[in-house]
Design a protein around this ligand. Structure first.
Ligand code: FAD
Ligand code: ZN
Length: 229
């Protein structure tokens, strides 16, 4: 109770399976007494492109544009665009970040990748020699909750897609761990389009159940071995 949760939601349709997973998380966590904020990226028409529009006022170097340098400098002088400042405030306040999305090309949808690219700027999320366990977003948890088109068998080590943990490496280790955020076990609903209505209900119930004891969970050991052992 009293914990703050930010859910970053990347699906166009509230009636989708992802939309149902979002609704469950909002309801269950609110019921627990958490304060829940949702960034519904498509509804917000969130800008995924990393451009000079993200910097308000003059550039540090107006001759040659370097996005990383410019956003870092802009962050330090309070010159990032309003949409970024708002998202950073939500991240700063959150104890837990939940990312809810359908798997697109073995990765997150572009709109969510754009959120990572633009919100987690140097100076805010990490800094020179402040990365991984030293990242700036300490004492926060993250959880990647996503759906797939492929089945669980396809995403096994011997399956055609390989272990699902391989796709989690860039997201969990490359982004969250890099920024100092601890990582909870991912929550994966395989192939909701291709299973029975009964199985879909079962997957939704499993999510509700997991959320009930979420705050008792220990983060994973987010090291190469977890992904590629
Ligand atoms: P939906 O189609 O919204 O939901 C499935 C079914 O559940 C629907 O019939 C819906 O009505 C029903 N439903 C919704 N709510 C409830 C409820 N409360 N109770 C019961 N039923 C409910 N897949 C991969 O595995 N790997 C990839 O690399 C990959 N790349 C992709 C790239 C692109 C560009 C696209 C568009 C898709 C890709 N996919 C891939 C497939 C994608 O991951 C799946 O289509 C997606 O995860 C399905 O989730 P959804 O929420 O959109 O499902
Ligand atoms: Zn890691």
């Amino acid at each position: 109770p009293g914990k703050k949760v930010l859910i970053v939601f990347a699906h166009q349709e509230p009636k989708s399976f992802n939309g149902s997973l979002l609704k469950i998380a909002v309801e269950e966590l609110t019921k627990q007494g958490c304060s829940v904020t949702v960034s519904d990226l498509y509804a917000m028409e969130f800008e995924p492109r990393a451009t000079r529009n993200d910097i308000v006022g003059g550039l540090h170097n107006s001759e040659t544009f370097n996005y990383g340098v410019e956003t870092w400098e802009a962050y330090k002088r309070g010159g990032l665009s309003k949409d970024l400042v708002e998202e950073q405030k939500k991240v700063q306040e959150a104890d837990l970040l939940i990312f809810q999305f359908p798997l697109f090309w073995f990765n997150m949808p572009a709109i969510l990748k754009g959120w990572m690219d633009r919100v987690l700027v140097q100076g805010f999320a990490y800094d020179l020699s402040k990365a991984y366990d030293g990242g700036l977003l300490q004492d926060k948890l993250s959880l990647f909750s996503f759906t797939t088109g492929g089945s669980q068998e396809m995403y096994s080590k011997e399956g055609i897609g390989g272990d699902i943990r391989y796709v989690l490496w860039p997201m969990q280790h490359g982004v969250m761990h890099f920024c100092g955020v601890k990582v909870l076990e991912p929550h994966i609903c395989y192939a909701p389009e291709n299973v029975s209505e009964g199985k879909r209900k079962e997957m939704l119930t499993a999510w509700t159940q997991r959320l009930k004891t979420l705050w008792k969970e220990e983060p994973i050991d987010c090291s190469p071995e977890w992904y590629f052992k």
